[in-house]
Ligand binder design. Structure first.
Ligand code: ATP
Ligand code: MG
Length: 612
């Protein structure tokens, strides 16, 4: 054979058998021990099985096995986006300041934004999300309604200096997101774009292989109307969602709107009266005192009869601090995430004694609506904005602080005796709360991980960046947008959370780094030769193989442990069975089921298994 032809055959040969990952050569070291910083199973296992390595807090390296899984997740997402006719492009990660200045996000993003300068001193950022770039690109290229709708997407690295990077890839400071945007001229068009993306997301997440739920969501600072999240059900999730026991209502707790009771007439109510309630700075001590000293005829006093006023400080992105008082029934707590969800991008901190000292009218432990709100401007200090829970509706009667140490007011009626500056959804949502959608259901809470978010962004970015096109009548109209994100890198640990056991990972076939993990054991050279042939034949049939061809000094025990840890769906063991009765063992990683298959049938058997 001429030299060049030999080289060609050899290179085609290697190209084909490239699917065989030889453990003797694979850039992989599995770890026996859990990494110190890993709190959740997926993080522990992805590090131990040699998929990822930490480079810095919230910043990870993909090792060869991890990269294979990541790419499979990415292709599923890409296929489903392409299937609905979205077009892929890619913006840079390093972005100029100006577009983000125009929408206010250069400042609004606050500490989460990685900002940097070039050698000339010009400002840049590492993109946390790319609404501005997509909007400007459409503005630069398109000018007519005839060009729309258009759906664009990218799969790209994002940077966010998250306050609490967590659980490995789950909440990274560098991560990969698929973000798409739809551009339409009409609201009906936007509805259609939204529906198409929603359907694509259902197909995508069904293929990715984890349990998920679609919930109502808030769209935060971005405004817009329709908004839903795809949450992976998981006890290690940071999001809490509720589902109704009776109807189809499901919502992120941040998006739950508590029904406000109808107004009640106060004609027959007694006048409010301040009473001595010494040493009752807590709700519990107050309720005990009320029942001892001011018993009710109809029933005992409960915490829900009291109006608790919680003081917080709002930290605006530009650094300014603003006090806020929140009035809510005494049996509820302020839920920080729900509160921040309403106020985004503002961050919320508890009010410290220094802040409190600036408002001498406030008596710690006995603060009431009398000292709060724009209407009650204390001449000695500035007014504190006062927002109440929707349950504090017109005609509701409360026991609350009298703004005098050791005193509370009883029969204080909302609307008659005090008025707030508005309402806010900040109280915690609990198991057993009434469903906001149906008459007889109650809510049940569970935890989840946000995997995707789809929402109707509307015209906010188009207005800020002046994206207009000519309509049928030659009139300029502002474009309306939808925004659709998926956490591509986050999907890897999320799938791992749902697909592992105490021994290691158990990937679904479509995601696994290979189809078959082939293990050769013992000292018999025939075993190794047979395993080599199986590996080559499988590769030829297009099946991806990890082949544990490590020499005999690596014990079978170590090889089996590694196979279990790595988590490829089918494990094939070539060993003693070959000499005994000419069979090899096929084991299902997830179910543990085993079968002995004659050597001559193994490639056909595995091909059927993988294709089915
Ligand atoms: P979260 O509430 O989890 O911070 P987000 O609301 O900030 O998410 P989006 O801006 O909507 O998220 O981003 C789209 C998707 O990107 C999310 O649904 C999530 O899957 C993923 N994502 C967001 N932040 C991170 C992160 N820090 N690390 C990994 N994935 C992330
Ligand atoms: Mg976030």
């Amino acid at each position: 054979m001429p030299d060049n032809l030999a080289r060609m055959t050899e290179s085609t040969g290697t190209a084909r058998s490239a699917r065989v990952l030889r453990m003797s050569q694979l850039f992989l070291r599995t770890l026996r021990d859990d990494p110190n910083d890993a709190e959740v199973p997926s993080h522990r296992l992805l590090v131990r099985a040699g998929y990822i390595r930490r480079a810095a807090p919230g910043i990870y390296t993909w090792l060869p096995l991890g990269l294979r899984v990541f790419r499979k997740v990415e292709s599923i997402i890409r296929e489903e986006m392409d299937a609905i006719g979205a077009q892929e492009l890619q913006f840079p990660a390093l972005l100029p300041r100006e577009p983000y200045e125009a929408t206010g996000r250069w400042t609004e993003y606050g500490d989460n934004l990685f900002r940097l300068q070039d050698r000339k001193g010009s400002d840049y950022l590492l993109g946390p999300t790319h609404e501005e770039m997509f909007t400007l690109a459409v503005k630069e290229l398109y000018s007519s309604y005839k060009d729309l709708p258009v759906w664009l997407y990218q799969i790209q690295t994002k940077y966010r200096d998250e306050a609490r990077p967590r659980a490995g890839l789950m909440r990274g400071r560098e991560f990969t997101m698929k973000d798409s945007y739809s551009f339409d001229t009409t609201d009906e068009g936007l509805d259609k774009s939204y529906t198409a993306h929603r359907a694509a997301y259902i197909r995508t997440f069904d293929r990715l292989g984890f349990d998920y739920v679609i919930v109502k969501a808030t769209s935060g600072a971005m405004g817009g109307s329709k908004s839903e999240e795809f949450l992976a059900r998981s006890t290690v999730g940071e999001d809490t969602f509720v589902q109704c026991t009776t109807c189809d209502y499901a919502a992120n707790v941040e998006a739950v709107a508590v029904p406000s009771p109808a107004a009640v007439s106060w004609d027959d109510f007694p006048a409010a009266h301040a009473e001595e309630t010494p040493d009752t700075p807590t709700i519990e001590s107050l309720v005990t005192h009320l029942n001892e000293s001011f018993p009710r005829d109809d029933r005992a006093w409960v915490a829900a009869d009291t109006l608790k006023n919680v003081l917080v400080v709002l930290k605006h992105p530009d650094g300014t601090r603003e006090p806020l008082a929140i009035g809510l029934p005494g049996d509820r707590e302020v839920d920080q995430k729900r509160l921040e969800g309403q106020l985004e991008p503002i961050e919320v901190e508890p009010m410290n004694d220094g802040d409190l000292a600036r408002h001498p009218g406030l008596v710690k432990g006995y603060i009431g609506p009398g000292a709060l709100g724009e209407a009650n401007k204390d001449p000695k200090s500035s007014a504190i904005r006062y927002l109440v829970d929707p349950r504090v509706s017109e005609g509701t009667r409360w026991v609350t602080g009298a703004d005098v140490s050791g005193q509370h007011v009883i029969d204080l009626v909302a609307g008659r005796d005090f008025a707030a500056d508005g309402t806010i959804e900040a109280a915690d949502v609990r198991d057993g709360d009434p469903c906001p959608q149906c008459a007889d259901g109650t809510l049940e809470a569970a935890r989840g991980i946000e995997m995707g978010h789809i929402f109707q962004l509307g015209r906010m970015y188009a207005e800020a960046l002046d994206l207009k096109v000519l309509d049928e009548n030659g009139k300029l109209v502002t474009v309306t947008m939808g925004s659709y994100g998926i956490g591509v890198s986050r999907a890897v640990p999320v799938i791992a959370e749902d697909n592992h056991d105490e021994l290691g990972l158990c990937w679904p076939r479509e995601i696994a780094p290979a189809d078959v993990h082939l293990v050769a054991t013992g000292k018999d050279p025939d075993v190794y030769a047979a395993a080599e042939r199986i590996a080559a034949d499988l590769a030829k049939a297009g099946i991806e193989v990890i082949f544990d061809d490590r020499p005999t000094k690596v014990s079978p025990g170590v090889k089996f442990k590694d196979a279990e840890l790595v988590g490829v769906p089918t494990i094939v063991v070539v060993g003693r069975g070959l000499a005994d009765d000419g069979t090899v063992e096929v084991k299902d990683r997830k179910s543990g089921e085993r079968a002995n298959v004659p050597l001559g049938e193994i490639v056909g058997h595995l091909t059927d298994l993988v294709r089915s």
